[in-house]
Design a protein around this ligand. Structure first.
Ligand code: HEC
Ligand code: HEC
Length: 235
């Protein structure tokens, strides 16, 4: 009677579990109709979401996308691409987390074109491809579920500064150069924005790596430093 379609099976079992419970609770089934459907609703919704894992466009598995696109470079290590299976090459990259890796892969990096050249790939497909490659290279990422936001939405330098940097740099806590100290900032920035960004990525003295916001990308960090420098009025 039931098809093997997982959606109808799931719905059927949800109904079969809940209906007897409603009956056992007294009241005639008829007067409890509304209450029963209210109880079923959340379960049914959950089961339906679970039974429909495809998102628009993002149909390729990580393995499929890697074989079709990414392995052209990551298979043999072409153009400096970290090779699949090369744990040493991947370790520092894996450390930044799947969301940041996904963001970087979408944007492209040096010899790596945006989305590895797979212009039609969705965020989810790229993330799955990264999981597939890195889990053979020392990572143990979980494949993200469809519909889950992988890459954090873009934050402005001002928002990042508010969120992560001002708590030390406004007050001078832990010896952080204060925003009011133009001379200190002018001296620190004299080695160039790129060099300073590298220092902040690594962390320095009492300054935590990436200012304590581990998921900041290099580009976000650089823009935030530029924003702070401008606000200080240093040159
Ligand atoms: C044309 C060659 C090429 C292709 C195709 C390619 N990559 Fe890359 N990829 C690179 C190179 C080169 C790097 C190293 C970039 C660097 O660190 O300078 C890289 C680095 C990466 C990184 C690490 C980024 C980081 O933060 O260090 C990820 C993740 C990645 N690629 C994912 C992918 C995925 C997913 C695909 C397929 C959809 C793909 N790549 C296809 C060349 C490629
Ligand atoms: C926990 C406090 C703290 C937080 C949070 C913090 N910093 Fe710092 N920062 C410091 C301290 C302390 C130093 C001085 C380190 C030293 O020179 O020993 C510093 C130094 C710096 C420097 C100068 C580096 C150099 O090469 O001289 C920059 C630029 C900077 N921070 C940017 C940031 C940004 C951007 C953020 C937010 C993303 C941030 N900081 C968050 C404490 C902090």
């Amino acid at each position: 009677m039931f098809s093997t379609n997982p959606r109808s099976l799931a719905l059927a079992s949800a109904v079969m579990v809940i209906a007897p419970v409603a009956l056992a609770m007294g009241g005639s089934p008829k007067s409890d109709d509304a209450a029963v459907s209210a109880r079923i609703a959340p379960v049914a919704k959950l089961e339906l979401a679970g039974a429909a894992p495809k998102v628009a466009g993002g149909a390729r598995s990580g393995e499929e996308l890697v074989k079709a696109v990414c392995s052209a470079c990551h298979g043999a290590g072409v153009a400096g691409a970290p090779k699949i299976g090369d744990k040493a090459a991947w370790a520092p990259r894996i450390g930044v987390g799947l969301d940041v890796l996904t963001k970087t892969a979408i944007a492209g990096k040096n010899a790596m074109p945006p989305k590895g050249g797979a212009a039609d790939a969705t965020e989810l497909e790229i993330a799955r491809a990264i999981v597939f490659m890195t889990n053979q290279s020392g990572a143990s990422f979980k494949e993200p579920a469809a519909g889950v936001k992988i890459v954090a939405t873009e934050r402005s330098p001002e928002q990042i500064a508010q969120m992560a940097c001002l708590k030390c740099h406004e007050t001078g806590e832990k010896g952080a150069p204060k925003l009011s100290d133009k001379a200190a900032w002018t001296q620190r920035i004299s080695k160039g924005l790129d060099a300073v960004t590298k220092t902040v990525i690594r962390g320095h003295g009492n300054m935590p790596a990436r200012g304590g916001l581990a998921d900041l990308t290099d580009a976000e960090l650089k823009a935030t430093i530029a924003y702070l420098v401008k606000r200080v009025g240093a040159n």
